[in-house]
Design a protein around this ligand. Structure first.
Ligand code: F6P
Length: 320
């Protein structure tokens, strides 16, 4: 293996740049030629592939987003799209590719691997929804962003003795909601992994305000429903008003926290080491603080939600 490429795909996440930097620097350190593919699989199909030098990846470890750009590609799911990508990789003489992204990005990496490109996947998504890793790249930063935002909301909620329903991202996973909820001392958390009736929320609201609480924070993972639906329920079933905040894409941006910089760095460097040892067709993760290596099929399985259930239960117990 002499030429290695790296791309970021799907929703961007803080820490992707740290991983790109580590892949490039580790490869250059070992005298490999390294290429950046711009705009994910879209750029792979259209040939947006450029050589990466040390200066291209300098000063990026602290930056949010991804210097390579990202895209969600429908076309790459087709045989035609994949053959176009293979053509471009062959033209550049690239035989190994590191893909940083979520579930959809991994499926693309697996398809290319089956066509003869040595691929390694790194879990880059704020959702923390990939099996075979305790944490995905960007999740910790996103949780911190949500925590800070909710701290601010709590200030105004307390001044006005209000209830706020806050909707957070996560697609079908409740990790961001459960972690931020526990860290913010939220009164109620709604996540897809645990069915919780809305009646309990009303009872807790009443109980809280009756014993003198000055605010109430309810966190809803987008996979459960919209914050507006929950606010409507509160208005219909109690005398309280509810304000809504949808945190949206601020959760995806910002400088990565230390944990995501380290995670990206470790994963990126390990990917190059494995490719040099001729190990490919694998997804890397972090389990018990060790880098783990799994087949793609393993990481496509649904992630266990034990921790989320524990967090949601603990939140309920502590927020009375
Ligand atoms: O997968 C990351 C994520 O931010 C999800 O949490 C969210 O549901 C989705 O991407 C939003 O996607 P887009 O940026 O394409 O609207």
């Amino acid at each position: 293996m002499k030429k290695i490429a790296v791309l970021t795909s799907g929703g961007d996440s803080p820490g992707m740049n740290a991983a790109v930097r580590a892949v490039a620097k580790k490869a250059i350190y070992h005298d490999l030629e390294v290429f950046g593919v711009y705009r994910g699989y879209e750029g792979l199909m259209s040939g947006e592939i450029k050589s990466l030098k040390l200066e291209d990846v300098g000063g990026i470890i602290h930056r949010g987003g991804t210097i390579l750009g990202s895209a969600r590609s429908e076309k790459f799911k087709t045989e035609d799209g994949q053959l176009q990508a293979m053509n471009n990789l062959n033209n550049f003489g690239i035989d190994a590719l590191v893909v940083i992204g979520g579930d959809g990005s991994y499926r693309g990496a697996q398809a290319l691997h089956k066509k003869g490109i040595k691929t390694i996947g790194l879990p880059g998504t704020i959702d923390n929804d990939i099996n075979g890793t305790d944490f995905t790249l960007g999740f910790s930063t996103a949780v911190n962003t949500v925590i800070e935002a909710i701290d601010r909301i709590r200030d105004t909620a307390t001044s006005h003795e209000r209830t706020f329903v806050i909707e957070v991202m996560g697609r079908d996973a409740g990790d961001i909601a459960a972690w931020a909820g526990l860290a913010n001392g939220a009164e109620s958390i709604f996540i897809p992994e645990k069915t919780t009736g809305k009646e309990g929320m009303i009872a807790r609201l009443k109980q809280g305000f009756e014993r003198g609480k000055k605010h109430s924070i309810i966190i809803v993972a987008e996979g459960v429903g919209t914050a507006e639906e929950f606010a409507d329920y509160i208005r219909e079933h109690s005398s309280y008003d509810a304000r809504v905040t949808v945190l949206g894409h601020i959760q995806r941006g910002g400088s990565p926290v230390g944990f995501d910089r380290i995670l990206g760095t470790r994963l990126g460097a390990k990917a190059v080491e494995l490719l040099m040892a001729d190990v490919a067709g694998k997804a890397l993760g972090l389990e018990k603080n060790e880098i783990s290596v799994h087949d793609f099929d393993y990481v496509f399985q649904k992630k266990a939600s034990k921790r989320l259930e524990e967090f949601s239960k603990l939140s309920m117990e502590l927020s009375m």
